[in-house]
Design a protein around this ligand. Structure first.
Ligand code: NJP
Length: 245
């Protein structure tokens, strides 16, 4: 309650649902993404529930865009208590299909984008001597799946970076770091797969189990954010029951 949050990739899926949940819990939320029409819709939805959100047009790949977005949020509300590094994409293909552009895009958004927002927000949290950073890794950050080599590499990188970040800023700067590792969540993530074989595989997976909803992840983020100040929920590994492990 009364916290200021920044959620990247807030225009759909997990990010949008998390922004809603944080706003319901009393945070003022900077909602960042490239599709501002979607963000404006979310802003209205949050306002209709009595909450407050600020639309921030942001391409996480572009450090200048990230800097400007963070400046806008701090200018409006004066601080940032929570950063949810959520923007990401997952186009599936096998390595021998050489979709090099897709590999680069995943590295740019899933890894470099997350580093850009972290670099832009961290000085503010260090000044405040408090903060909470949530990094969106994945079940693909613990295990490798066929068709997901590069995606898994990016999500392993996010998990590794989260552990390092926690070591380096946790005690020194009183900043909590939570690595989130969801299983299958029903979002637009699967709409960007271009390989027919993998489109079918994902459709089949959706028939085999009830996927999580974005709101399920949003609830766990609110849970970790509301933990007492001395508690760092370091990892959230959240799966559909039927996905098993
Ligand atoms: O997917 P989707 P999710 N700059 O497609 C944004 C991870 N995850 O909610 O810019 C800024 O609905 C894009 O916004 P826009 C996954 O890896 C998911 O499922 O307007 N933002 C949109 O809001 C990812 O890290 C599952 O196009 C950029 C958002 O990213 C996170 O959850 C399982 C951007 C993507 O929303 C959210 O994905 C798992 C850019 N350059 C992990 N590029 C799952 N769904 O099953 C994209 O383990 N975005």
């Amino acid at each position: 309650n009364g916290k200021i949050a920044l959620v990247t990739g807030a225009s759909s899926g997990i990010g949008a649902a998390t922004a809603l949940k944080l706003a319901e819990a009393g945070a003022k939320v900077g909602i960042a993404a490239r599709r501002t029409d979607k963000l404006e819709g979310l802003q209205k939805e949050i306002a209709s529930g009595g909450g407050e959100a600020l639309v921030i047009e942001m391409d996480v790949v572009d450090p200048a865009s990230v800097e400007a977005g963070v400046k806008k949020l701090v200018g409006a509300y004066g601080s940032i208590d929570i950063l949810v590094n959520n923007a990401g994409l997952m186009p599936l293909s096998d390595v021998d299909q050489f979709k090099v552009d897709e590999w680069h895009r995943m590295v740019d958004v899933n890894v470099k984008g997350l580093l850009n927002t972290t670099a832009a927000v961290l000085p503010q949290m260090i000044n405040q001597h408090s903060g909470h950073i949530f990094n969106m890794s994945s079940i693909a950050g613990r295990k490798v799946f066929k068709g997901l080599s590069v995606y898994c590499a990016t999500k392993h990188a996010v998990a590794a970076f989260s552990d390092g970040l926690r070591m380096e800023v946790g005690q020194k700067h009183n900043i909590r770091v939570t690595c989130i590792q969801p299983g299958a969540v029903a979002t637009e993530l699967y709409d960007h797969i271009t390989e027919p074989g993998y489109i079918k595989q994902m459709d089949d997976l959706a028939k085999q189990m009830t996927f999580l909803q974005g709101a399920d992840i949003g609830d766990t983020i609110v849970f970790a954010a509301q933990a007492p100040a001395h508690v760092n929920v370091a990892e959230l590994f959240v799966l559909p029951v039927e996905q098993g492990w």
